[in-house]
Design a protein around this ligand. Structure first.
Ligand code: GRF
Length: 217
């Protein structure tokens, strides 16, 4: 906790809290963990929660002594019940930001509204192109010359929330989906930590449905 004295008044800044949701490998989660530690963010990763009990990312989080939990979607008969349990697992951490990092579940409107303005995702395409799955193969099939990744706020409409950050990579003529995915992933690991930190620090703000620099107007 940082205490700042300003003209006699005392302001108390609590550590910002991040909860990361994963379903698998967790390389974006790891990039955020590493950057937060290297740059000594005044923010902590309060918990990592997985929808899959065997997600490799859970081991990475445990090794870093980050509290982990599993909310297994197979234990719930429908999406609503799963999302209620997931929100109940997140809420005690009082997160400033809930970060979806390879979290492979569609979220209900109630969940999205509950975390509105503090729920972000990374999607492996230059949104609004290639919403949904299989983005790299679809980009190759479409013959696009540039592809990339997008960090965005989550809204009820899949992959359509306000864009926080994007990174662009070229598509090479001999690319297969795996080669292109690897090129994009390298960029994801750069833009996601940056975006998380910029939002936590208030350098980027959501204004009238768009994300803008706090310095602009
Ligand atoms: C990333 O490509 C991300 O864009 C997408 O799912 C993948 C997750 O990878 N949403 P990882 O689990 O962060 O390694």
């Amino acid at each position: 906790m940082a205490v700042v004295s300003f003209c006699g008044a005392v302001k108390i800044h609590r550590m910002k809290r991040i909860v990361i949701l994963i379903s698998g490998r967790g390389s974006n989660m790891e990039a955020i963990m590493r950057t937060a530690a290297a740059e000594r963010w005044t923010a902590q990763i309060a918990a990592v929660i997985s929808s899959q009990p065997d997600a490799a990312g859970l081991d990475i989080a445990r090794a870093a002594d980050i509290p982990t939990a599993v909310v297994n979607h197979r234990d719930y008969s429908n999406r609503e019940q799963f999302d209620v349990a997931l929100a109940a697992a997140i809420d005690p951490y009082q997160p400033d930001l809930v970060v979806l990092a390879g979290f492979m579940r569609l979220l209900t409107d109630n969940f999205v509204h509950h975390f509105a303005g503090r729920l972000i995702n990374i999607h492996p395409s230059l949104l609004p192109s290639f919403i949904g799955l299989d983005t790299h193969q679809r980009a190759i099939d479409a013959g696009v010359k540039f592809h990339g990744a997008t960090v965005h706020f989550v809204t009820s409409e899949l992959d359509c929330g306000p864009i926080v950050a994007q990174a662009v990579v070229p598509v090479h003529v001999n690319d297969d989906a795996a080669a292109l995915a690897a090129r994009v992933l390298e960029k994801e690991h750069q833009i996601y930590p940056r975006a998380v930190h910029d939002l936590l620090e208030g350098r980027l703000v959501l204004r009238e449905g768009r994300v803008v620099s706090a310095e602009v107007g």
